[in-house]
Write a protein that binds this ligand. Structure first.
Ligand code: GDP
Ligand code: MG
Length: 178
């Protein structure tokens, strides 16, 4: 090896979760540094790449952003199979979206590979609502993540809170697996 200390990592990453939870917004915040109030719904799935250079390492993320609607459910395995990491997103103001996130986690546990890094993300942290208060007060997401050995982040694609941290942590975990 001519160059020591250099590493080039490629990581396939998939975003899962209910429609409207902010999956596309999180990716666009990370990839473009932007946020759109009127983000159009994803149809099927969208593909993004992002290259990060950290110290001597270059990481190329191949990001599959899925649609979330029930009618596309059968396509999901195509995206999470072979993925290094799955990001399961719920909306902190919607208990329904949290229930849906748990379904995704169970599906990943059943069918995904055991090395898949799974991250539970509570998005829209900039919003206030009764459901949010309850979920936060009872640490519902945090506890579920702990019980299921998931990483957990509370994010806001709007304010950018924790978005880079989320993707950097995935890279970090990904490195550990190798
Ligand atoms: P997806 O269906 O999961 O991809 O969700 P989108 O990214 O399309 O977002 C759905 C809606 O929620 C859009 O109107 C976004 O502008 C909005 N949204 C996404 N993330 C956030 C967030 O962190 N905070 C707020 N307030 N709105 C968000
Ligand atoms: Mg979308």
């Amino acid at each position: 090896m001519a160059k020591t200390g250099n590493k080039n990592i490629q990581a396939k990453l998939v975003l899962l979760g209910d429609m409207g939870t902010g999956k596309t917004s999180l990716v666009l915040r990370f990839v473009k540094g932007q946020f759109y109030e009127y983000q159009e719904s994803t149809i099927g799935a969208a593909f993004f790449t992002q290259v990060l250079s950290l110290n001597e390492a270059t990481i190329k993320f191949d990001i599959w952003d899925t649609a979330g609607q029930e009618r596309y459910h059968s396509l999901a395995p195509m995206y999470y199979r072979g993925a290094a990491a799955a990001v399961v997103v719920y909306d902190i103001t919607s208990m329904d979206s949290f229930e849906r996130a748990k379904k995704w986690v169970r599906e990943l546990q059943r069918q995904g590979n055991p090395n898949l890094v799974t991250v539970l993300v509570a998005n829209k942290a900039d919003l206030e609502s009764k459901e949010r208060c309850r979920m936060r007060a009872e640490l519902i997401g945090e506890q579920y993540a702990k019980d299921n050995r998931l990483l957990f982040f509370e994010t806001s694609a709007k304010s950018a809170q924790n978005v880079n941290e989320l993707f950097y942590e995935i890279d970090h975990k990904n490195g550990e697996e190798e």
